[in-house]
Write a protein that binds this ligand. Structure first.
Ligand SMILES: [Zn+2]
Ligand SMILES: [Zn+2]
Length: 135
């Protein structure tokens, strides 16, 4: 079905605002995202969160920070040598466990009745942690 003929055109990007039709006036004749980048995001890098509530980049930014937490924590845990609660005690052992975990990631989520996260950062973060105790 083609709704584009009926939809108002976004003043910023020139494409039809089909889904945002109801909010078209509120966002000064733009898509919500176009309005945000035009008036709210300002000088912030378009790939980074600007901190304004509803910033389209916020989820990606949070995912990045959350992912970085994992290797940072793992490095801190290893600062006094192999942590007692890890099953792997060498880098090759860790990398082998990481490889096996990634090979069987589908099984990991299936066993927990979880959908595989669409965000690969989430999967990598889980893998980095899980490999410390993966046989
Ligand atoms: Zn637009
Ligand atoms: Zn923003």
């Amino acid at each position: 079905m083609d709704h584009t003929g009926l939809a108002p055109v976004c003043r910023r990007c020139g494409r039809p605002a089909v889904r945002g039709r109801a909010n078209y006036a509120m966002f000064e004749g733009m898509h919500f995202v176009c309005f945000h980048y035009e008036f709210e995001h300002r000088d912030t890098d378009p790939d980074d969160s600007c901190g304004v509530a509803g910033c389209p980049c916020a989820p990606a930014e949070r995912g990045k920070e959350k992912l970085l937490d994992t290797p940072r924590t793992l490095v801190a845990e290893w600062s006094d040598g192999p942590p007692a609660n890890w099953d792997v005690h060498s880098l090759p052992g860790y990398l082998e466990a990481l490889t096996r975990w990634l090979e069987d990631a589908d099984g990991y989520y299936a066993a927990r009745k979880l959908a595989i996260p669409w965000d690969s950062r989430t999967v990598v973060g889980t893998a980095l942690r899980a490999a410390t105790v993966y046989e």
